[in-house]
Ligand binder design. Structure first.
Ligand SMILES: *[C@@H]1O[C@H](CO)[C@@H](O)[C@H](O)[C@H]1NC(C)=O
Ligand SMILES: *[C@@H]1O[C@H](CO)[C@@H](O)[C@H](O)[C@H]1NC(C)=O
Length: 411
């Protein structure tokens, strides 16, 4: 379908939110380009008839939104979000929370029912109803015909986990939610980085747990019973409790999931993204630290660098893998840390020299012939020196030794 379609949401008599969706080549990807147009509420035009137009009056009108709001809310019939009643799960709780972050659903009533007649009256329905049709705002994933993942609906994304109502709502509304929460502009590259990151590190887990997909094959060594999905589950009434009412629990679950999501968005925007910028700068400057390009240096102290380093090496086509990072610690001494072979391994690409491991201070300086050494960890993954030059020297000497004799990888 190449013709643009519009969906109108009448929030109240005086304010109209128009969302214009322009489908590119494939209508099912139409959410990828969406523009929101907010019209000036008609209530301001109404007020205008009652008083002569002066600058002071205009200012007064716009300075006093409460009055305008009251006029609005009298006539308003809030939008309705439909979801199932009874036992609740993390996916629809989160879907409802996400929708409530958008201006059009901010005050939406959440109707929890399985009654088709009541669901039909809802403006949007998640996790119930047996229907998936974004044009009609129907987002269930339980029907036999449903088998979509993020990547099947949005082929430029890699995630193949089957979606739940959480992933569905995130896929169609997540960018706008993040835009609102982060105040980033729709075309800001950072917004897309955050959108991906929060799917990967928040929403995908909810999708997988809801669909009963294990993280890996085989027996786990221990049980993990504190995931967000588990904690939402624990807010349901117990089998033997007198009241089986789920309304209060559902509200508590929305609060739990919502607070955690907001915390993560804040973290990824204000801690994780800035660290990425620092790591990128250090990777760009690496040959000025050492001509090998295998050592990067963070002047202003350590930051969460591992994940960024791996993804930036790929992005910036770094040919020789980086082996060491240098940074000052809290006491102003310098650390030389090995880059691990992968994100989830304790193996290093190149460990500090074997003969230095577990040796400290004078003994280490004597052994290495490098003054002011502080320590090398017994496993060889990190070492310290009082100065930056010293820490760099420890890295260089390890690189040189690797050049001379083959060294066992890792350990
Ligand atoms: C769910 O709602 C339906 C109708 O809305 C009702 O008949 C049913 O008893 C409710 N189920 C639970 C578990 O509350
Ligand atoms: C440790 O720091 C000193 C300077 O205090 C430096 O001269 C020395 O080379 C460093 N150690 C190593 C291993 O490079």
């Amino acid at each position: 379908m190449l013709v643009a379609f519009m969906s109108f949401h009448l929030r109240c008599a005086s304010a109209t939110v128009v969302r214009v969706l322009i489908p590119p080549l494939f209508s099912r990807f139409s959410f990828c380009t969406s523009i929101s147009v907010f019209r000036v509420p008609k209530v301001f035009t109404l007020l205008r008839l009652q008083a002569p137009v002066t600058t002071a009056n205009i200012q007064k009108r716009y300075m006093q939104p409460p009055e305008a709001k009251r006029v609005c809310s009298e006539k308003m019939s809030a939008l309705k979000i439909g979801t199932h009643n009874g036992t609740f799960h993390c996916d629809e709780v989160f879907a409802c929370f996400l929708l409530r972050q958008l201006p059009e659903y901010k005050d939406a009533e959440i109707v929890r029912t399985r009654d088709p007649a009541l669901l039909a009256k809802c403006d949007i329905v998640v996790d119930v109803g047996g229907e998936f049709d974004p044009k009609k705002h129907r987002y269930d994933h339980h029907q036999r015909s449903f088998a979509d993942s993020f990547s099947s609906l949005c082929p430029e994304k890699p995630w193949v986990t089957r979606l739940s109502s959480a992933g569905l709502v995130y896929l169609y509304f997540g960018r706008r939610v993040l835009e609102k929460l982060t105040q980033l502009k729709p075309n800001d590259r950072q917004l897309e980085v955050l959108y991906d990151k929060l799917y990967e590190n928040f929403v995908e887990e909810v999708d997988a747990v809801d669909n009963g997909i294990s993280q890996y094959d085989g027996e786990p060594r221990y049980s993990v019973s504190t995931t967000l999905s588990a904690r939402v589950g624990h807010l349901n009434p117990r089998w033997n409790s007198k009241s089986q009412d789920t309304e209060e629990g559902f509200r508590a679950a929305m609060k739990l999931v919502g607070e955690y999501f907001l915390d993560r968005v804040d973290y990824y925007q204000n801690s994780w993204l800035p660290a990425r910028a620092v790591v990128e700068g250090a990777v760009q400057m690496r040959t000025q630290v050492d001509p090998s390009g295998e050592v990067v240096l963070f002047d202003q102290g350590g930051c969460p660098w591992k994940e960024h380093l791996f993804s930036l090496e790929k992005e910036l086509n770094v040919e020789t893998p980086i082996k060491f990072v240098l940074y000052p610690d809290q006491s102003g001494q310098w650390r030389v840390q090995c880059v691990p072979a992968g994100l989830h391994t304790f193996q290093n690409r190149l460990s500090l020299l074997e003969e230095w491991r577990g040796v400290r201070d004078e003994a280490l300086s004597t052994l290495s012939g490098i003054p002011d050494c502080v320590f090398v960890h017994a496993s060889g993954f990190i070492g310290g020196n009082r100065t930056r030059q010293g820490a760099l020297e420890m890295a260089r000497r390890t690189l040189q030794a690797k050049g001379k004799k083959p060294q066992a990888n890792g350990s």
